[in-house]
Design a protein around this ligand. Structure first.
Ligand code: BGP
Length: 470
């Protein structure tokens, strides 16, 4: 039997665009997703799980089920509908009400400033590729720090910059849907590192109360065999997925090896190297020295083999097992392994990858002192029977259990992990998979917006009470 620490936080995670719904309400400004999803015509971000109106219910349930922390994000375009300039008081007020409700229920809010939802004006002006937008992000962050300083202690600058940049410009699964533009992808990566750093440096300079960190998607990338070719392909994939972000935000500089692997990817794709100024590295270093915590999102690992063709991507956004393809020019091919369990969306279930990642951060990024697991969970086709029968989501319980064992082992091995957030608190909308890929501890009937605790909610409640993992 393993035990998690007494002061460990048991959280649930959400994100504004995936949970709130109400995308047209109270003067909210547009985001690129609004038109992108309409054009795709597969699913709508409304009503999501109507968190905009149902949050008191969700926080009541959180308290009842021993969930003492929640990840929420602020929708930038609720506060600044155009991204800068005019402020929308109804948006400002909504988050006051939300944070007060969290406090009322003893649920600690961890607040993300940017979770994939730049306002449309910002995105039309080049999103993270435009330096002006970095300044606008800093101004928006400053507004939030001042406005909510009595209500929020934990701030997160950006959620998963890697998912944002690679899906915007390489796989084309996020708006604007560009493919194979590694130059834009790496430039956006660097610019997001910089935006994060400027916000951290401003937070510390102005002496705001509380703590600040960043959240990264950290899948472990393994070579599919011991061959040198596969090992090199894995190193290239690792560079695209995480190394630039870890170097940029945890070390505050890109190692020679990282730069050389990044440039190799750009050269193989006949694309220009990115622009990095010396002063910017100084800003990154200063932020890395001052950042309070790292948020780790972990869902799966990747197994990569060498690949010498042109890029080919097929996204499994329907839950049809085995339908995904990922072969990237100048990088490698993702192998769908048959010896490792996979979700219906082709995500390998590999808890050891989480342990390996936590140990890698400890070893390779010693400046980082504290970690929260800010997302981990299983996308599953839950089956609702009736209100009196909790949804039987045993595979989710097994998934959460096995990953929490990895967390407990990493703590034993000296990694300072202070809490864990299940993705997700309640069922909600998934960016590229819609409503059938459910993650919640609470089942949501999207028609009535009623919530029903799943078997996993009861399991999590017990864990939060006893801290014991079998
Ligand atoms: C992370 C995001 C979340 C959430 C989760 C599950 O990358 O931070 O916003 O969506 O993944 O992903 P998906 O909904 O694609 O299954």
């Amino acid at each position: 039997m393993m035990k998690l620490p007494e002061d460990f936080l048991f959280g649930g995670a959400t994100a504004a665009y995936q949970a709130e719904g109400a995308t047209q309400e109270d003067g909210k400004g547009k985001v690129p997703w609004d038109d992108y999803l309409k054009k795709e015509g597969r699913f709508s971000p409304d009503p999501a799980c109507d968190f905009y109106h149902q949050y008191p219910k969700d926080l009541e349930l959180s308290e009842k089920f021993g969930i003492n922390a929640i990840r929420v994000s602020i929708a930038w375009s609720r506060i600044f509908p155009e991204g800068y300039g005019r402020i929308e008081p109804r948006g400002v007020e909504f988050y006051h009400k939300l944070f007060k409700e969290c406090r009322k229920h003893g649920v600690e809010p961890f607040v993300t400033l940017h979770h994939f939802d730049s306002p449309s004006t910002i995105s039309e002006q080049g999103d993270w590729l435009n330096e002006k937008n970095i300044q606008r992000f800093v101004e928006y962050a400053k507004f939030c720090f001042e406005e909510y300083q009595d209500e929020v202690k934990y701030w997160i600058t950006i959620n998963e910059p890697t998912s944002m940049s690679s899906q915007q410009y390489v796989t084309g699964t996020f708006p604007p849907g560009e493919k194979n533009n590694f130059n834009k992808c790496f430039q956006a990566e660097h610019n997001m590192n910089l935006a994060h750093a400027r916000v951290v440096n401003m937070f510390k300079k102005n002496g705001y109360k509380g703590e600040i960190g960043v959240v990264h998607a950290l899948q472990t990338v393994y070579p599919n065999s011991e061959s040198e070719e596969d090992k090199h392909a894995a190193a290239l994939q690792d560079t695209l997925d995480i190394r630039c972000y870890l170097d940029g935000t945890l070390n505050g500089n890109y190692s020679k090896e990282t730069m050389s692997l990044m440039n190799e990817i750009l050269d193989s794709n006949h694309q220009a190297h990115i622009k990095i100024k010396d002063e910017e590295i100084k800003e990154l270093t200063k932020a890395a020295d001052q950042m309070d915590f790292l948020g780790v999102n972990y869902y799966f690992s990747k197994f990569i083999k060498a690949y010498h063709g042109t890029s080919e991507i097929k996204h499994n956004g329907t839950g049809k097992k085995g339908s995904s393809v990922s072969r990237l020019q100048g990088i490698g091919e993702q192998v769908n392994r048959t010896d490792i369990p996979m979700t219906d969306w082709d995500w390998p279930i590999y808890p050891k990858g989480m342990y390996d990642m936590l140990m890698r951060i400890k070893k390779e990024y010693p400046k980082n002192s504290k970690i929260y697991i800010t997302e981990n969970g299983l996308g599953y086709k839950d089956h609702f029977i009736d209100a009196d029968t909790p949804v039987d989501d045993q595979p989710r319980i097994d998934y959460l259990h096995d990953h929490l064992v990895s967390v407990a082992k990493a703590i034993q091995a000296g990694v300072n992990i202070k809490g864990y957030f299940v993705w997700s608190l309640q069922d909600m909308f998934s960016w590229t998979n819609g409503y059938s890929k459910r993650y919640g501890l609470f089942y949501v009937d999207f028609k009535t917006q009623k919530r029903y605790p799943k078997k996993s909610a009861y399991w999590y409640q017990k864990l939060s009470e006893t801290k014991e993992l079998k």
